[in-house]
Design a protein around this ligand. Structure first.
Ligand SMILES: Nc1nc2c(ncn2[C@@H]2O[C@H](COP(=O)(O)OP(=O)(O)OP(=O)(O)O)[C@@H](O)[C@H]2O)c(=O)[nH]1
Ligand SMILES: [Mg+2]
Length: 436
């Protein structure tokens, strides 16, 4: 009898399972899953990490569902190879029972199930035998020192779901192993509460320089330059900052803001900023070379509190273009704050690469854009941690009159999926950064 197989792709394991369940209902059996790249350009740049599940549709039997969904997540492909302590089980004889290998065999059997001799019953028997083998191994032979506590397994899965990097996950799990005894690990909620705080502690929030003090004879001009890859939302963010600082005031009297773009030669880009400028009654200047930029800044030196400089999106791989722009921006002076804009959905390895490519700009901090477009922030948190970078602002929507916020640890923590967040507690631990 032929076995109907399926392959589903999605942003998360849960989404794939949902798709499979929509199509096949409770008969869907997931055999394996792995991470894949979805979308992107130029051979994967800016693609997002996704999940692909492989399974089959059960038609003659059903085994007891052990989770609420009726589908139990199988171990992730490759997880054991990367972190043997997390999923490998050691038998009495000292041999590692290779669950991945067993599953692969089973999957291979499913895939080749078009052969007339492989019936679902045979498959069932194999699943049963494997289950018994695993049970026997787990219950009889796991020594306490070799055992990976279920709390650690649950946490590892959460880190994975939230897109944290393997290195970040490993660091956190090692800390859990070090700081909690086996007894303490029994209380999952206590452990996960502490892990949430540790995650928060890895975030570094940029402290804004003091606002211009109107009473001083001469205002201290703040120049904020936004650089970053193409299309991440730089121009929109500049307009949002202009609205926040220049119209709303962000909790203080509004500042005198000026927007400058060095993207004047692209008509659409000019019109984009001009439109925002005219609505907010905030001046917009276009400059085409360093001299013009220097002159424009000098012109507003005594009158403006904040100059926001929008730049042309650059392919981070184009070192020559980046070099030219860097030279151009030197006209802003050494006190100018350069911030690097990065879309929240950028995958971990690309974030690391972009951080490196834009390093010559000496950016002080990151602006994380489009937070509304992803439900996972582990990639960003892991990359910021790996490179010791700070985050200054976040944006989470297209309209410019809102959807920009000063970055806060709390904002990142409440974006975590699957972690129980005690907001009051984390707000007490991580108050807003404020000014320098
Ligand atoms: N969902 C969402 N979309 C955003 C956000 N910020 C910007 N966008 C959208 O992203 C798209 C690109 O925005 P731009 O501001 O033109 O991006 P840019 O970085 O200036 O682009 P280039 O100048 O071409 O490099 C637009 O459709 C914006 O509306 C955000 O926080 N959330
Ligand atoms: Mg732009």
């Amino acid at each position: 009898m032929a076995v109907e197989q399926f392959v589903e792709q999605g942003a998360s394991y849960a989404e794939c399972v949902q798709k499979a369940r929509m199509k096949y209902g409770d008969r869907a059996r997931v055999m394996n899953y792995r991470t894949i790249r979805i979308g992107g350009i130029f051979g994967g740049l800016f693609s997002r990490e996704g999940v692909e599940i492989t399974g089959y549709v059960s038609s003659t039997f059903s085994y007891a569902a052990v989770s609420g969904s009726g589908i139990t997540p199988p171990a992730r492909q490759g997880a054991q190879a990367a972190q043997p302590n997390l999923s490998g089980q050691v038998s009495q004889s000292g041999q590692t029972l290779d669950f991945e290998e067993e599953k692969k065999k089973l999957l291979a059997a499913t895939v080749s199930a078009k052969q007339p001799d492989l019936t679902l019953q045979k498959l069932f028997n194999e699943v049963k035998a494997l289950t018994e083998k695993i049970d026997a191994n787990v219950h009889s032979f796991r020594g306490p020192s070799k055992e990976e506590h279920p709390t650690l397994e649950r946490l590892e899965e959460l880190f994975y779901q939230n897109d944290f990097s393997p290195a970040y996950t490993k660091t956190m799990l090692n800390r859990v192993r070090k700081e909690f005894s086996l007894d303490d690990l029994e209380d999952y909620d206590v452990v996960q509460d502490r892990v949430v705080v540790w995650i928060g502690e890895t975030l570094r929030i940029y402290a804004e320089p003091p606002v211009a003090v109107q009473a001083l004879p001469r205002r201290k001009l703040r120049i904020l330059v936004l650089v970053g890859p193409t299309g991440v939302g730089k121009t929109t963010t500049i307009a949002k900052m202009a609205a926040a600082f220049g119209v709303d005031g962000w909790g203080r009297p509004p500042l005198k803001v000026v927007m400058i773009t060095i993207d004047g030669y692209r008509i659409a880009a000019r019109e984009q900023l001009e439109k925002y400028g005219s609505i907010m009654e905030i001046p917009v200047s276009y400059v085409s070379d360093e001299q013009e930029l220097r002159k424009t800044i000098a012109f507003y030196q005594d009158d403006a509190d904040l100059i926001l400089v929008d730049t042309i999106g650059k392919n981070p791989r184009d070192a020559v273009e980046l070099g030219k722009m860097k030279q151009f921006l030197d006209a802003c002076g050494s006190s100018a704050e350069v911030h690097l804009a990065m879309a929240a959905s950028t995958k971990y390895s690309d974030i690391r690469e972009i951080l490196r490519q834009f390093a010559p700009f000496n950016y002080r901090s990151l602006v994380i854009t489009k937070l509304d477009e992803t439900i996972r922030v582990g990639n960003v948190i892991s990359a910021l941690f790996a490179d010791g970078k700070e985050v200054s602002y976040i944006t989470d929507g297209q309209p410019v009159d809102k959807h920009i916020h000063r970055a806060s640890v709390v904002r990142f923590l409440i974006s975590l999926e699957g972690f129980r967040i005690d907001r009051e507690k984390i707000e007490a631990i991580f108050p807003s950064a404020g000014e320098k």
